[in-house]
Design a protein around this ligand. Structure first.
Ligand SMILES: *Cc1c(COP(=O)(O)O)cnc(C)c1O
Length: 225
C-alpha cells in the first residue's frame, strides 16, 4: 500500500465514528488524489477555485468537493454547478452571491459560516456577534438556495496546546449557542469543521465533526514548484 493510502487509513481509524475526514489535496496532483480515492476516500478539499474546477473535471464524479479557502464573490459562479460544501463563508454578501449562483444551477448549496476564534490578526471569519447579526437579518431569511449546515474555524497556529484547546472549545460553545438560537428545528445544522494536520486530535476532543487534513496525508506542500 502507498503511504498516502496508509496515512488515510491511520487517520480514519483514529477518528471517532461520525467525524468526517476532508482530505485537503491543494497543490497536489491528480495521482495523489486517486491513491486516496482508491481506498475509499471521497471528500476532498481545495482552496483555489481554478484548481478545484480543473480537478473536478478530471477526476471521478462521485468525489465530494469541498471549498475550504477564502472565496471571492466573483468566483462563486465557477463552483456553483458542482461544489458540495463551502466551508468558509464570512459575509452576508458572499452568502447572497452563493444563493444567486446556486439558483441559476437549480441547486441548494451547503455552507458553513466561518467564525473567528484565533487571536491571530490575519485569520478571516466573523465574530460571534457578526454571526448572530447575519442569522437575524431579513435578507438572510430569503436565501432559499443556500443551507447553513454548521460552522468552521481555525485555531491560532501555536505550539501552546492549552490555547488551541481553548479556542476550539470556544468555537464549540458558539456552535451550540447558534444551534439553540436559530436551528432548533433543523437537524441539518450539525457540522463543526475544525482541526488540521497539527491540531485535529485536539479539535476532535473538543467536538469537531469534520477535520481538514492535508500534509499528514499527502506530505508537505511545495508552493514553489
Ligand atoms: C491547507 C488547509 C488545511 C490543511 O492544512 P494541513 O496543515 O496541511 O493539514 C486545512 N484547512 C484550511 C482552511 C486550509 O487552507
Amino acid at each position: 500500500m502507498t503511504s498516502i493510502a496508509n496515512n488515510i487509513k491511520d487517520i480514519t481509524n483514529s477518528l471517532p465514528s461520525g467525524v468526517k475526514l476532508v482530505a485537503v489535496s491543494k497543490t497536489k496532483p491528480n495521482e495523489d488524489i486517486l491513491e486516496a480515492y482508491s481506498i475509499g476516500q471521497r471528500i476532498f478539499g481545495e482552496n483555489k477555485v481554478q484548481d478545484l474546477s480543473k480537478k473536478s473535471e478530471e477526476l471521478p464524479s462521485d468525489i465530494e468537493w469541498h471549498f475550504i479557502g477564502h472565496l471571492q464573490t466573483n468566483k462563486v459562479k465557477y463552483l456553483a454547478p458542482f461544489v458540495s460544501l463551502i466551508h468558509a463563508v464570512d459575509s452576508l454578501k458572499l452568502l447572497k452571491t452563493i444563493h444567486k449562483e446556486a439558483a441559476k444551477n437549480n441547486r441548494v448549496i451547503d455552507c458553513l459560516l466561518q467564525c473567528k476564534v484565533a487571536t491571530e490578526e490575519s485569520k478571516f471569519g466573523m465574530s460571534e456577534s457578526e454571526l448572530f447579526d447575519l442569522l437575524s437579518s431579513e435578507s438572510y431569511a430569503g436565501l432559499s438556495n443556500i443551507r447553513i449546515t454548521g460552522l468552521m474555524g481555525m485555531a491560532t497556529n501555536t505550539a501552546n496546546e492549552q490555547q488551541v484547546r481553548k479556542e476550539f472549545g470556544l468555537l464549540k460553545k458558539i456552535f451550540e449557542k447558534v444551534k439553540a438560537e436559530y436551528f432548533t428545528e433543523d437537524a441539518e445544522f450539525k457540522e463543526l469543521s475544525m482541526g488540521m494536520s497539527h491540531d485535529y486530535t485536539i479539535a476532535v476532543e473538543e467536538g469537531s465533526t469534520m477535520v481538514r487534513v492535508g500534509s499528514s496525508i499527502f506530505g508537505e506542500r511545495n508552493y514553489t514548484k
